[in-house]
Design a protein around this ligand. Structure first.
Ligand SMILES: NC(=O)C1=CN([C@@H]2O[C@H](COP(=O)(O)OP(=O)(O)OC[C@H]3O[C@@H](n4cnc5c(N)ncnc54)[C@H](O)[C@@H]3O)[C@@H](O)[C@H]2O)[C@@H](O)CC1
Ligand SMILES: Nc1ncnc2c1ncn2[C@@H]1O[C@H](COP(=O)(O)OP(=O)(O)O)[C@@H](O)[C@H]1O
Ligand SMILES: [Mg+2]
Length: 285
């Protein structure tokens, strides 16, 4: 039985991470992000993840997806560029050229999707961050793909996806057991276990957010977190503080919205992000 409660992430982390932008900066200062997402039946996941990345402040965002979704993505998020993930040459160039790569939202588990996950894990390096979410995690579990990249790895499963990856039934997903399973997957990987009051496992430390509400239990909410995480790491750099701030802001904005809205739409969280980030970055204390 676990006796000690996990450390809660304080809201002060938001002001610490979300600092004012430097006047002489340009889009390149805020990082390049590649989102590999979407498939015939899950176009919305790609749109939400991409839109969240752009609204969170990533400098340049590219989406690798199926061309049938280009129009929808370009219409919803004209700021993002699109490439066809079936084009191996373009995909490899994009994997090599981006600082942050998020893969999985709405990707499905087709053989093409399996190839995409392998391409990311085989071609990323130390200075990059790879965020593995949704279908990418299911593929890694089903195909037993080793997490062998030297890039930073952040896994963002919900409890069902973590069960697939770790073989731990939900009641057995304790702090102790989760740490043990991370060791077996890749000791350097960060786990964000999504649930009511999501948890972060980072090296030998664990944290929990004291925010989030059941109004957020709606499709696309995790895809949105993935985009926020990608956008934050892209512009603020990879660190524990950045990861904590991204996870927390998603639920803090969700809590603000839930005061007046029974169900919290992911697209509404995305819409609110730039204003809330401006407020946080200009507050002195
Ligand atoms: N608009 C869209 O295009 C959307 C696409 N989506 C995509 O759909 C694909 C399948 O993902 P899903 O997560 O829906 O399905 P999954 O089959 O991967 O996961 C759902 C299963 O996990 C179980 N589970 C246990 N604990 C859970 C928890 N805390 N939260 C959620 N599920 C839990 C459920 O009972 C269910 O059996 C992914 O690629 C995902 O990104 C979803 O994100 C929904 C929205
Ligand atoms: N009851 C709840 N309380 C707090 N947060 C929740 C609740 N239900 C869902 N969430 C949050 O919503 C997100 C759901 O992620 P996920 O299941 O991956 O959604 P999707 O794949 O549909 O985008 C997670 O960040 C999770 O913590
Ligand atoms: Mg999900």
């Amino acid at each position: 039985m676990e006796v000690l409660a996990m450390e809660k992430i304080s809201k002060t982390i938001l002001k610490q991470v979300i600092i004012p932008r430097k006047p002489e900066s340009y889009k390149g200062t805020y990082g390049k992000t590649l989102i590999i997402a979407g498939s015939t039946h899950f176009g919305g996941a790609a749109i939400l993840a991409t839109s969240a990345t752009v609204h969170a402040g990533a400098g340049l965002v590219t989406v690798a997806t199926t061309p049938e979704k280009f129009t929808a993505i370009n219409t919803n998020i004209p700021e993002a560029m699109t490439i066809d993930y079936h084009n191996k040459k373009e995909l490899l160039a994009a994997i090599l050229n981006n600082n942050v790569i998020a893969i999985g939202p709405g990707l499905g588990t087709s053989s093409v999707a399996v190839g995409l996950v392998k391409a990311v894990l085989n071609n990323t390096k130390t200075d990059q961050t790879v965020i593995l979410d949704a279908s990418a995690l299911t593929i890694i579990a089903e195909e037993k793909i080793p997490l062998q990249t030297t890039a930073h790895i952040i896994m963002t499963p919900h409890q069902g996806e973590w069960q697939r990856l770790s073989q731990l039934a939900i009641p057995d997903q304790t702090e102790f057991n989760n740490f043990e399973k991370i060791q077996g997957l890749n000791p350097d990987a960060v786990l964000i276990l999504k649930k009511h009051h999501s948890e972060i496992y980072y090296q030998d430390m664990s944290f929990q957010i004291d925010a989030g509400n059941p109004g957020m239990a709606t499709g696309g909410m995790g895809d949105t977190l993935t985009g926020i995480m990608a956008g934050f790491i892209s512009q603020f750099g990879y660190s524990l503080a950045t990861i904590q701030a991204a996870l927390l802001i998603h639920s803090v904005v969700g809590d603000k919205l839930s005061k007046k809205q029974y169900v919290v739409l992911p697209s509404k969280i995305i819409e609110k992000l730039p204003k809330y980030m401006a407020e946080l970055s200009t507050q002195t204390k």
